[in-house]
Design a binder for this molecule. Structure first.
Ligand code: ZN
Ligand code: ZN
Length: 275
Protein backbone atom coordinates (compact mmCIF):
# COMPACT_ATOMS: atom_id res chain seq x y z
CA UNK A 1 0.00 0.00 0.00
CA UNK A 2 1.40 3.40 -0.97
CA UNK A 3 1.09 6.28 1.48
CA UNK A 4 2.47 9.83 1.71
CA UNK A 5 2.29 12.05 4.79
CA UNK A 6 3.84 15.20 3.32
CA UNK A 7 2.58 16.86 0.12
CA UNK A 8 1.98 20.46 -0.99
CA UNK A 9 -0.70 22.04 -3.17
CA UNK A 10 -1.07 25.38 -4.94
CA UNK A 11 -2.44 26.76 -1.67
CA UNK A 12 1.28 27.22 -0.89
CA UNK A 13 4.05 26.51 -3.40
CA UNK A 14 2.94 23.24 -5.03
CA UNK A 15 1.87 23.24 -8.67
CA UNK A 16 -1.33 21.15 -8.34
CA UNK A 17 -4.60 22.38 -6.82
CA UNK A 18 -5.92 20.32 -3.88
CA UNK A 19 -8.36 18.55 -6.24
CA UNK A 20 -5.67 17.86 -8.88
CA UNK A 21 -3.43 16.50 -6.13
CA UNK A 22 -6.10 13.97 -5.11
CA UNK A 23 -6.74 12.91 -8.73
CA UNK A 24 -2.99 12.49 -9.23
CA UNK A 25 -2.65 10.51 -5.98
CA UNK A 26 -5.48 8.15 -6.96
CA UNK A 27 -3.83 7.64 -10.36
CA UNK A 28 -0.60 6.75 -8.50
CA UNK A 29 -2.55 4.35 -6.22
CA UNK A 30 -1.81 6.27 -3.02
CA UNK A 31 -4.16 5.12 -0.25
CA UNK A 32 -3.31 7.62 2.51
CA UNK A 33 -2.28 11.22 1.75
CA UNK A 34 -1.61 14.22 4.02
CA UNK A 35 -1.70 17.76 2.64
CA UNK A 36 0.82 19.88 4.58
CA UNK A 37 1.02 23.31 2.93
CA UNK A 38 3.46 25.94 4.23
CA UNK A 39 1.95 28.31 6.79
CA UNK A 40 -1.62 27.91 5.49
CA UNK A 41 -4.62 25.66 6.03
CA UNK A 42 -6.27 27.35 3.02
CA UNK A 43 -6.32 24.23 0.81
CA UNK A 44 -7.58 21.76 3.42
CA UNK A 45 -11.35 22.10 3.15
CA UNK A 46 -11.24 21.56 -0.64
CA UNK A 47 -8.79 18.67 -0.19
CA UNK A 48 -10.97 16.89 2.38
CA UNK A 49 -14.25 17.58 0.52
CA UNK A 50 -12.93 16.40 -2.85
CA UNK A 51 -11.40 13.25 -1.34
CA UNK A 52 -14.61 12.23 0.46
CA UNK A 53 -16.10 9.04 -0.94
CA UNK A 54 -13.05 8.36 -3.14
CA UNK A 55 -10.61 5.48 -2.80
CA UNK A 56 -8.16 7.48 -0.69
CA UNK A 57 -7.78 8.42 2.95
CA UNK A 58 -7.09 12.17 3.31
CA UNK A 59 -5.30 13.70 6.30
CA UNK A 60 -5.31 17.43 7.14
CA UNK A 61 -1.83 18.79 7.75
CA UNK A 62 0.22 21.96 7.97
CA UNK A 63 3.94 22.74 7.81
CA UNK A 64 5.27 25.68 9.84
CA UNK A 65 8.73 27.19 9.19
CA UNK A 66 10.20 27.96 12.60
CA UNK A 67 13.12 30.24 13.47
CA UNK A 68 16.44 28.53 12.87
CA UNK A 69 20.02 29.65 12.46
CA UNK A 70 21.73 27.25 10.05
CA UNK A 71 19.32 25.29 7.86
CA UNK A 72 15.54 24.89 8.00
CA UNK A 73 13.37 23.91 10.93
CA UNK A 74 9.96 22.78 9.72
CA UNK A 75 7.35 21.38 12.09
CA UNK A 76 4.26 19.67 10.69
CA UNK A 77 0.90 19.18 12.38
CA UNK A 78 -0.87 16.02 11.22
CA UNK A 79 -4.63 15.93 11.72
CA UNK A 80 -4.75 19.71 12.17
CA UNK A 81 -8.03 21.40 12.92
CA UNK A 82 -8.33 24.45 10.67
CA UNK A 83 -11.10 26.05 12.73
CA UNK A 84 -8.88 26.88 15.71
CA UNK A 85 -8.95 30.69 15.73
CA UNK A 86 -5.58 31.33 17.48
CA UNK A 87 -3.84 29.18 14.86
CA UNK A 88 -5.45 31.05 11.98
CA UNK A 89 -4.51 34.44 13.41
CA UNK A 90 -0.87 33.41 13.84
CA UNK A 91 -0.74 31.98 10.30
CA UNK A 92 -2.19 35.26 9.01
CA UNK A 93 0.53 37.16 10.90
CA UNK A 94 3.17 34.91 9.31
CA UNK A 95 1.77 35.53 5.80
CA UNK A 96 1.45 39.31 6.36
CA UNK A 97 5.02 39.39 7.55
CA UNK A 98 6.17 37.66 4.36
CA UNK A 99 4.44 40.37 2.29
CA UNK A 100 5.98 43.19 4.39
CA UNK A 101 9.34 41.54 4.09
CA UNK A 102 9.16 41.74 0.29
CA UNK A 103 8.53 45.49 0.49
CA UNK A 104 11.49 45.96 2.85
CA UNK A 105 13.79 43.95 0.59
CA UNK A 106 12.77 46.07 -2.40
CA UNK A 107 13.36 49.30 -0.40
CA UNK A 108 16.86 48.08 0.47
CA UNK A 109 17.56 47.12 -3.15
CA UNK A 110 16.33 50.54 -4.31
CA UNK A 111 18.74 52.18 -1.85
CA UNK A 112 21.57 50.25 -3.56
CA UNK A 113 20.47 51.71 -6.91
CA UNK A 114 18.62 48.58 -8.02
CA UNK A 115 15.52 49.88 -9.67
CA UNK A 116 12.69 47.31 -9.29
CA UNK A 117 9.14 47.69 -8.01
CA UNK A 118 6.73 45.42 -6.12
CA UNK A 119 4.42 45.44 -9.18
CA UNK A 120 7.19 44.01 -11.34
CA UNK A 121 7.83 41.31 -8.73
CA UNK A 122 4.13 40.46 -8.30
CA UNK A 123 3.69 40.06 -12.03
CA UNK A 124 6.25 37.21 -11.90
CA UNK A 125 4.42 35.26 -9.17
CA UNK A 126 1.76 32.71 -10.11
CA UNK A 127 -0.26 32.66 -6.90
CA UNK A 128 -0.67 34.25 -3.48
CA UNK A 129 2.84 33.52 -2.30
CA UNK A 130 5.43 36.05 -3.43
CA UNK A 131 8.94 35.20 -2.36
CA UNK A 132 12.61 35.99 -2.91
CA UNK A 133 12.94 33.92 -6.13
CA UNK A 134 10.43 36.28 -7.74
CA UNK A 135 12.47 39.30 -6.60
CA UNK A 136 15.60 37.67 -7.99
CA UNK A 137 13.89 37.15 -11.35
CA UNK A 138 12.81 40.81 -11.46
CA UNK A 139 16.45 41.81 -10.85
CA UNK A 140 17.58 39.47 -13.60
CA UNK A 141 14.99 40.82 -16.07
CA UNK A 142 16.23 44.37 -15.43
CA UNK A 143 19.85 43.32 -15.99
CA UNK A 144 21.03 44.04 -12.43
CA UNK A 145 22.39 40.50 -12.07
CA UNK A 146 23.30 37.80 -14.55
CA UNK A 147 21.51 34.96 -12.73
CA UNK A 148 19.03 34.21 -9.94
CA UNK A 149 21.90 32.65 -8.01
CA UNK A 150 23.92 35.86 -8.25
CA UNK A 151 20.92 37.84 -6.91
CA UNK A 152 20.83 35.54 -3.89
CA UNK A 153 24.58 35.46 -3.33
CA UNK A 154 25.08 39.21 -3.62
CA UNK A 155 21.85 40.56 -2.13
CA UNK A 156 19.08 38.21 -0.97
CA UNK A 157 20.60 35.29 0.94
CA UNK A 158 20.68 35.19 4.72
CA UNK A 159 23.52 37.52 5.78
CA UNK A 160 23.60 39.42 2.44
CA UNK A 161 22.94 43.22 2.42
CA UNK A 162 19.28 43.15 1.29
CA UNK A 163 18.28 40.19 3.47
CA UNK A 164 15.27 40.80 5.71
CA UNK A 165 13.97 38.18 8.11
CA UNK A 166 10.28 37.62 8.68
CA UNK A 167 8.13 36.78 11.65
CA UNK A 168 8.43 33.15 12.67
CA UNK A 169 7.55 31.05 15.69
CA UNK A 170 10.39 29.39 17.52
CA UNK A 171 10.30 25.58 17.31
CA UNK A 172 8.95 25.13 20.84
CA UNK A 173 6.07 27.56 20.25
CA UNK A 174 5.30 25.95 16.90
CA UNK A 175 4.99 22.54 18.59
CA UNK A 176 2.79 23.99 21.30
CA UNK A 177 0.50 25.75 18.81
CA UNK A 178 0.13 22.60 16.70
CA UNK A 179 -0.80 20.64 19.82
CA UNK A 180 -3.37 23.25 20.79
CA UNK A 181 -4.85 22.91 17.29
CA UNK A 182 -5.36 19.21 18.10
CA UNK A 183 -2.73 17.87 15.73
CA UNK A 184 0.25 15.57 16.15
CA UNK A 185 3.41 17.72 15.92
CA UNK A 186 6.06 16.08 13.73
CA UNK A 187 9.62 17.25 13.10
CA UNK A 188 9.89 17.34 9.28
CA UNK A 189 13.07 16.26 7.40
CA UNK A 190 15.41 16.54 10.45
CA UNK A 191 18.56 16.37 8.31
CA UNK A 192 17.73 19.91 7.13
CA UNK A 193 18.40 21.20 10.63
CA UNK A 194 22.08 20.65 9.82
CA UNK A 195 22.96 19.52 13.34
CA UNK A 196 25.52 17.05 14.62
CA UNK A 197 24.08 13.87 16.15
CA UNK A 198 24.63 15.23 19.64
CA UNK A 199 23.05 18.60 18.83
CA UNK A 200 20.08 16.86 17.22
CA UNK A 201 19.64 14.66 20.28
CA UNK A 202 19.58 17.74 22.55
CA UNK A 203 17.17 19.57 20.28
CA UNK A 204 14.77 16.62 20.07
CA UNK A 205 14.84 16.22 23.86
CA UNK A 206 13.82 19.89 24.20
CA UNK A 207 10.93 19.79 21.69
CA UNK A 208 9.77 16.41 22.96
CA UNK A 209 9.21 18.11 26.33
CA UNK A 210 6.92 20.59 24.56
CA UNK A 211 4.89 17.76 23.02
CA UNK A 212 6.63 16.67 19.82
CA UNK A 213 4.94 13.42 18.82
CA UNK A 214 6.74 12.22 15.71
CA UNK A 215 9.75 12.53 13.45
CA UNK A 216 9.78 12.34 9.66
CA UNK A 217 12.44 9.76 8.85
CA UNK A 218 11.67 8.59 5.31
CA UNK A 219 12.28 11.77 3.29
CA UNK A 220 14.19 12.52 0.08
CA UNK A 221 16.65 14.66 2.09
CA UNK A 222 18.16 11.90 4.23
CA UNK A 223 20.74 9.56 2.68
CA UNK A 224 20.00 5.86 3.25
CA UNK A 225 23.10 5.31 5.36
CA UNK A 226 21.95 8.01 7.81
CA UNK A 227 18.48 6.56 8.34
CA UNK A 228 19.52 4.43 11.39
CA UNK A 229 20.86 7.53 13.13
CA UNK A 230 17.46 9.26 12.91
CA UNK A 231 15.57 6.08 13.76
CA UNK A 232 17.69 5.71 16.93
CA UNK A 233 16.83 9.21 18.09
CA UNK A 234 13.12 8.74 17.32
CA UNK A 235 13.11 5.50 19.32
CA UNK A 236 15.10 7.01 22.19
CA UNK A 237 12.47 9.75 22.61
CA UNK A 238 9.51 7.52 21.87
CA UNK A 239 8.47 9.44 18.74
CA UNK A 240 6.43 7.81 16.02
CA UNK A 241 8.16 7.56 12.66
CA UNK A 242 6.58 9.14 9.57
CA UNK A 243 7.54 9.47 5.94
CA UNK A 244 6.71 11.83 3.12
CA UNK A 245 7.92 12.82 -0.31
CA UNK A 246 7.51 16.61 0.19
CA UNK A 247 5.78 16.47 -3.19
CA UNK A 248 5.39 19.88 -4.90
CA UNK A 249 4.40 18.78 -8.42
CA UNK A 250 6.37 20.53 -11.14
CA UNK A 251 7.92 22.94 -8.62
CA UNK A 252 10.16 20.10 -7.34
CA UNK A 253 10.32 17.48 -10.09
CA UNK A 254 12.55 15.06 -8.17
CA UNK A 255 9.99 14.33 -5.45
CA UNK A 256 7.71 11.36 -6.21
CA UNK A 257 4.36 10.98 -4.48
CA UNK A 258 4.36 7.85 -2.29
CA UNK A 259 8.15 7.41 -2.50
CA UNK A 260 10.95 8.84 -0.39
CA UNK A 261 13.34 8.05 -3.22
CA UNK A 262 12.42 7.30 -6.79
CA UNK A 263 12.20 3.53 -6.30
CA UNK A 264 11.66 3.39 -2.52
CA UNK A 265 8.07 3.46 -1.29
CA UNK A 266 7.39 5.17 2.03
CA UNK A 267 6.88 2.29 4.51
CA UNK A 268 3.24 1.54 5.21
CA UNK A 269 4.05 1.36 8.94
CA UNK A 270 4.43 5.17 8.94
CA UNK A 271 0.65 5.47 8.66
CA UNK A 272 -0.02 3.83 12.04
CA UNK A 273 0.00 7.12 13.94
CA UNK A 274 -2.58 8.80 11.71
CA UNK A 275 -5.20 6.10 11.07
ZN1 ZN B 1 9.81 21.43 4.77
ZN1 ZN C 1 7.17 20.47 2.77
Amino acid sequence: MLIDLHAHSSASDGSLSPEELIDYAIEKEIKILALCDHDTTGGLSRFIAYGAGKDINTISGLEISATWEKGNCHIMGLGISSDYAPLESILQKIRDSRDNRNLHIIEKLNSFGIDITIDQVESLAGGDVIARPHIARAMLNKGHVSSVQEAFDKYLAKGAPAYVDRYRLDPENAVQLLLEARSLPVLAHPSQLRLSTEELDNFVEKVKCMGLAGMEIYTPYTPDDELPLYINIAEKYNLFITGGSDFHGESKPNHFLGYYRKDKPIPESCAIAVI
